[in-house]
Design a protein around this ligand. Structure first.
Ligand code: GLN
Length: 454
């Protein structure tokens, strides 16, 4: 098969299903076809790692010359970005073909894709249901067979939760493992880019390509990138698994509990052992996360003022009016809610009570994980309390929407890696996700555990 055929097949599939699935915001058709023809010329004398493979990129990752909106109207006119994100440079060096930019909740704030200002992407298993978010387009595109690989970003679950809902494999790497240069920031101390794929092997392969130190991102870690594909031995004999009791408590549906317990039985059969452990500060994770992430978002989003970045409102009376109208018109409701919450939490007089307190609790949450990892190799539990919910079900209730990320958020606060892999189906035929969490920079063991189960 030629690269041209492969790329053609991707666009044909998009043509077929994307009117319904709405996974893409922008397609890169002309440039991708041209690149495919060029790659076909070089074929045979090039061993680039992702040679000719079609990939989709979440729309908060900057792509030179290709529209990048972050799901927001305020960036709807960013048609011609001036540079590529570091991960995109790495994809280009590996000679993959960027098929298009994937749908997402605006500025990655959301759990259902319904906060996209373009269209709400749908779950390919049943389009009455949400694909999850915020990387809903990234997970849906892979699940629907539009692209074999995609990139998402995860601040509080935005790779793992949609991967779980769409029955695909999604990894949030250790904080600092992958460069954030060129990722439009939501919450800088939590954001990580990661791969979404159909198999664990593909996932490990893609992480090898995008990971590594980058001098353009001061928080990227100078830690060598192992060959993750070499850890896929199939052997988990003697592996010690911790199962947090907080992850199988009320709020988690019976079907999800059953699926996770069945997975643990499989691990036992393969020679691993598991025991109940505790992450006692998990109950504070949601409030801690919403304080920290909204505070950071309020600062990060200050640059969208119609001058430095963002679409400028027309007919403004004066400069202040221009700033205010550009932001009022350009941002959606959820983004405004977070900016207000974050601005409040950071204001003088409240800083100690909210932001500082949240940072202290964050340390306790991180310590919980480190304590468990003194005795266990991985932590396993569900990715989400329930399978995907129906479109429209939670859209008017931000608190229940937020609660959906209760099992993924602690992982971001601790900075450790976590993967979601499929582990069965609900009675309604919707996928259920198994979450495997590892030690800092130990994606290798996470992949080994995931691959053995798959
Ligand atoms: N759903 C969470 C939020 O809305 C997480 C989003 C994310 O990981 N980007 O903040």
């Amino acid at each position: 098969i030629s690269v041209t055929d492969l790329v053609e097949e991707s666009y044909n599939r998009i043509e077929e299903v994307d009117e319904e699935v709405q996974a893409f915001i922008t397609l890169n058709k002309e440039a991708a076809k041209k690149q495919a023809a060029e790659l076909d010329q070089e074929r045979g004398n090039d061993d680039a790692k992702l040679f000719g493979l079609p990939i989709g990129v979440k729309d908060n990752i900057v792509t030179k010359g290709l529209r990048t909106t972050a799901g927001s109207q305020i960036l709807s006119n960013l048609d011609d970005p001036l540079y590529d994100a570091t991960v995109v440079n790495k994809l280009n060096d590996a000679k993959s073909v960027t098929i298009g930019k994937l749908n997402m909740d605006e500025f990655a704030m959301g759990s259902s894709n319904e906060n996209s200002s373009y269209a709400a992407a749908r779950n390919p298993w049943n389009t009455d249901y949400v694909p999850g978010g915020s990387s809903g387009g990234s997970a849906a595109a892979v699940a629907a067979g539009e692209v074999p690989y995609s990139l998402g970003s995860d601040t509080g679950g935005s790779i793992r939760q949609p991967a779980a809902y769409c029955g695909v494999v999604g990894l949030k790497p250790t904080y600092g493992r992958v460069s954030r240069f060129g990722l439009i920031a939501f919450a800088s101390s939590l954001d990580q880019i990661g791969p979404i794929t159909r198999s664990v092997e593909d996932n490990a392969f893609l992480l090898e390509t995008i990971a590594g130190h980058d001098k353009m991102d001061s928080t990227s870690a100078n830690v060598e990138v192992p060959k993750y594909t070499e850890s896929l031995t199939g052997d988990v004999k003697g592996m010690k698994i911790g199962v947090p009791k907080e992850y199988l408590s009320e709020g988690v549906s019976e079907e999800v509990k059953e699926a996770v317990k069945a997975a643990l039985k499989e691990y036992e059969k393969m020679g691993a052992t598991w025991e109940e452990v505790s992450l006692p500060h998990s109950k504070y994770a949601l409030s801690t996360y919403y304080l920290i992430s909204s505070s950071e978002a309020s600062a990060n989003l200050a640059r969208f003022d119609g001058v430095r970045y963002g679409k400028r409102a027309e007919d403004a009376k004066n400069m202040l009016d221009m700033f205010m109208r550009s932001r009022a018109e350009g941002f959606g409701d959820e983004v405004k809610r977070r900016i207000m919450l974050g601005t409040f939490a950071l204001s003088s007089g409240y800083y100690d009570a909210y932001y500082k307190k949240a940072q202290q609790v964050r340390t306790l949450i991180k310590n919980d994980f480190e304590k468990v990892f003194e005795d266990y190799d991985v932590i396993i539990g569900p990715t989400t309390p329930t399978p995907a919910f129906k479109v429209g079900d939670k859209v008017d209730d931000p608190m229940t929407m937020y609660a959906n990320d209760i099992l993924t958020i602690p992982v971001n606060l601790a900075g450790v890696p976590g993967i979601s892999i499929p582990c069965g189906f609900s009675g309604d035929g919707l996928p259920i996700g198994l979450q495997i969490i590892g030690k800092h920079f130990d994606e290798g063991t996470v992949y080994r555990a995931a691959h053995a189960f798959e």
